[in-house]
Design a protein around this ligand. Structure first.
Ligand code: MG
Ligand code: ZN
Length: 221
């Protein structure tokens, strides 16, 4: 008898993702799953978004990392409720890990849950966490060939944030090529060019507005 281990893992993940999705709906919150390579600027973007959205929405954050609570510390310093998941070498979050930590939040009060996945452009895309929006963060320093080389992440995404736009002039990154490749993989993608560097912040307000619109659409807030 041949057992397809992968199929069993995905079946279990999908069951937990459905459970999470039901909870997010009944507790009336929008959930965003952020994916991207290490160093793409996911946590810095999150800090900027929190400072834009704080006071308008009650935000909770789950930080996924192989090790350390460094990112959770940065988010806690923004005044957000945050839980760190350490995967001990695991290269992605799965829906069961999310299910396990959710009781740690006051979910009734939360309008927006943001999950920062483990830095990795490959397998996080394969694991549904029960989120409403999948957001890939790609920085211009990573190269414009990444959408074509990692199509799975862009196929699974709803939104792509193109980060570190302030560094564009120092790279050979072609935004035309990158956006064309992304849209040939996934024509429904929305794209947001941003810069998150202190003193050079741009594009973050537009993304924050899109989040507000998505929250209003889902929970009427
Ligand atoms: Mg991070
Ligand atoms: Zn993985």
């Amino acid at each position: 008898m041949k057992i397809d281990v992968n199929a069993n893992i995905m079946e279990l993940n999908d069951a937990y993702a459905a459970k999470n999705r039901e909870l997010f709906a009944s507790d009336r919150m929008l959930t965003i799953n952020i994916m991207g390579s290490p160093g793409a600027g996911k946590t810095t973007l999150l800090e900027r978004l929190i400072s834009d959205l704080q006071g308008k929405l009650n935000i909770a954050v789950i930080e996924g990392d192989l090790a350390t609570a460094k990112d959770a510390k940065r988010i806690a310093d923004c005044g957000c409720s945050v839980i760190q998941i350490n995967t001990d070498g695991g290269c992605h979050l799965d829906a069961k890990m999310i299910d396990r930590v959710l009781p740690g939040f006051d979910l009734d009060a939360v309008d927006l849950l943001i999950i920062e996945n483990v830095g990795n452009l490959v397998c996080p895309a394969g694991f549904d966490l029960g989120e409403d929006i999948r957001m890939v963060v790609l920085s211009v320093t990573e190269g414009d060939d990444k959408p074509a080389k990692y199509p799975g992440a862009f196929l699974a995404a709803d939104w792509v944030v193109l980060n570190k736009m302030d560094l564009l002039e120092f790279t050979d990154f072609s935004t035309e090529k990158a956006f064309a490749d992304m849209h040939s993989i996934n024509p429904a993608l929305s794209t947001f060019p941003v810069c998150c560097r202190e003193g050079h912040v741009s594009g973050v307000a537009t993304l924050a507005e899109a989040i507000m619109t998505a929250v209003a659409k889902k929970v009427g807030k």
